[in-house]
Design a protein around this ligand. Sequence first.
Ligand code: AMP
Length: 217
Amino acid sequence: MKSGGVRLRFMAQSNGVFFFANSFPRRQFTYSMNLILFGPPGVGKGTQAVRLAAAHNLLHVSTGDILRTAIAEGTPLGNVAKSFVESGGLVPDDIIIGLVREVLEAKDSAKGFLLDGFPRTLEQARALDNLFRELGISDVQIVMITAPDRELTDRMVRRGLEQGRADDNVDTIRHRLEVYYKQTSPVKEYYEKTRGVKQVDGLASIEEVTERIEKIL
Ligand code: AMP
């Protein structure tokens, strides 16, 4: 059989849709996954993010961790962010969007990512969609972890005692929950209308919640 004339076309699957490999730019062919972990403060996003990123070799991008490190090191970003973070308010959108842009632009394009704590406003979600378009990223899953407010407050108070986080005190926790419902929860509706949201009940052990997430990925 003459093989030279046969043009091999392999296919890649993304979100259940098959694409022919030679009809798209190469960087869209990632076999890794991209996740946005969404949910209220104290629900366990950070804990689950570390476990999922390790299991799937994802770049874990926690805007909260980046800001806390910048504050501890006294960098210009940290100096600007400090009062917002410590009062439980949100750091201005342009600063945080610029930060995530830098991280995603510098990322190895073959490696998937996990966003933890971003986006937190509609403006951030829209800017992120534009960035995904620019970078040719289309396969992104949104996972939302839920828990009742009482449980969230208890967990954050406990974390404050164990880790000494400046924003884990009762007054700031109350404010962070208000900020979440007012400014961040509309992001869930935005994604429900666009990409879809996979919801997981976070009221279980750390291991059980990881299993629940793994099942729906
Ligand atoms: P986290 O560790 O995700 O709970 O974030 C801690 C704090 O960092 C928040 O209460 C905000 O002050 C700030 N922060 C983290 N991510 C963002 C974001 N995407 N937009 C604005 N502020 C943020």
